[in-house]
Design a protein around this ligand. Structure first.
Ligand code: ZN
Ligand code: ZN
Length: 435
């Protein structure tokens, strides 16, 4: 694994650059806020980010970047070659979710699109990827405008289909690194329920590895009045759901992060009919590969055993649908990046970040390149609201990512997101040679 070298002590002076970038950003900000509102009003589901990609590519084409579209579907790669030095990959994701927006914002989405089953669903940027993309475009402006202060190659990646954990893999499979070069470091950020203006870093495991499964359990259908003539898949499914709750409680080492959630349980059509099958959909999460394998194996074992215990007429079908690795941030690279962001936005705005059980596919971009990944969270909701909720223990009840009420404050979230990316990129790019 290659390791990007920190140009320790060789970076351009943060103070002067910060002043120059702040002035440039104040000019740019109205247009950047318009871009954010436009993306927010026109969200697109994973893999369908066609309009979004067009808007973002258009914004980058106004700048001195070499812009490539259609990478791994609707992905964009924008390159700025600026002399010798490291290649720094800045990544933002672009997709939205099938959520009906209830923020009441003047720029709330009213969009609908074709969902997983082909039926129309409401669509909302409920995870804030519109903020990620707008912040990256802002950073693209600032870094292009400060080319005299750094040397190397900037590789901007606007990645589709993060919510389905397919986009990073699709871009890598489409020759991301063979066609555009391999970066020395992968940097990215996510807006979340920290106070707006604050940034949270964590070293090591930051987000969980994930797998999801669709399970079909078989019984023998019949009249609800004659249970003796049936094998009841509803009771079988109920046993499976209850038994699965024991895995985290009784099999996982206390203190290890592990989640096993049954999010879907479907069977039957009428009160007095015993159906012939039942379906379960579940997700499992863990920060370590060992615990993730334990959860996976336990699901297989319990489903098979409960089907046998119910005298099921057919073995169950267990289809593993989606998986993604845990996101592990390189500790040393995280310290270097966090120090650079702190120097730019102020040490008092840097918070420790707890590990979370949500998942992300940005780590796939780093794994495929064999380089370190640094990924941080920055605050979206109004700072006063979040601090008050943290103080009275109601932080969990604030609308967070994937909520229909998730509404990052446009300012200072957007400016902070831009400064984070610029500071992080400059921490890893080389200093321009002075002649
Ligand atoms: Zn999300
Ligand atoms: Zn997200």
């Amino acid at each position: 694994m290659s390791t990007a070298q920190s140009p320790d002590g060789t970076a351009a002076p943060a103070g002067l650059l910060y002043e120059r970038d702040t002035a440039a950003l104040s000019v740019l900000l109205p247009a950047l806020a318009d871009l954010y509102r436009d993306l927010h009003q026109h969200p697109e589901l994973s893999g369908q980010e066609h309009r979004t990609a067009g808007v973002l590519a258009g914004a980058l084409e106004e700048l001195p970047y070499e812009v490539h579209t259609g990478i791994g579907g609707t992905g964009i790669v924008a390159l700025l070659h600026n002399g010798p030095g490291p290649t720094v990959l800045l990544r933002a994701d672009t997709d939205a979710l099938p959520v009906e927006e209830r923020t009441g914002l003047p720029y709330a989405s009213t969009e609908h699109a074709s969902g997983q089953d082909g039926n129309p669903v409401p669509v909302m940027h409920a995870c804030g990827h519109d903020m990620h993309a707008a912040a990256l475009i802002g950073a693209a402006h600032l870094l292009a405008g400060s080319r005299d202060a750094w040397s190397g190659t900037l590789m901007l990646v606007l990645q589709p289909a993060e919510e389905t954990l397919q986009g990073a893999r699709a871009m890598v499979a489409d020759g991301l690194y063979e066609r555009f070069g391999t970066p020395d470091i992968v940097l990215g950020q996510h807006v979340g329920p920290l106070p707006a203006g604050c940034v949270g870093f964590r070293e090591g495991a930051v987000m969980a590895g994930v797998e999801s499964a669709a399970i079909t359990l078989y019984g023998r259908g019949g009249h609800g009045a004659r249970p003796e003539s049936t094998i009841d898949p509803v009771l079988l499914a109920a046993h499976v759901v209850v038994r699965l709750q024991g895995v985290v409680a009784r099999e996982v080492t206390p203190g290890e992060t592990a989640v096993l959630t049954v999010g879907r349980l479907q069977a039957g059509t009428k009160d007095n009919i015993v159906p012939d099958h039942a379906e379960i959909g579940l997700t499992l999460r863990a920060h370590s590969d060992r615990t993730r394998a334990l959860l996976h194996d336990a699901v297989e074992r319990i489903v098979q055993a409960e089907a046998a215990a119910s005298n099921s007429p057919r073995p169950p079908d267990v289809r593993w649908l989606m998986d993604g690795p845990a996101l592990v941030c390189d500790p040393e690279a995280t310290r270097v990046t966090a120090a650079a962001v702190a120097a730019r936005i102020g040490r008092d705005r840097i918070l420790p970040m707890p590990a979370v059980t949500a998942s992300e596919d940005v780590g796939i971009l780093a794994q495929a390149a064999g380089v370190p990944c640094v990924y941080w969270f920055w605050g979206g909701p109004e700072a006063d609201t979040v601090w008050a909720a943290l103080a009275d223990g109601t932080h969990d009840q604030l609308p967070a990512n994937h909520s229909s009420e998730f509404a990052p404050a446009l300012h200072p979230t957007l400016e902070t997101g831009v400064h984070n990316l610029v500071a992080a990129a400059l921490a890893w790019l080389g200093r321009a040679r002075r002649t």
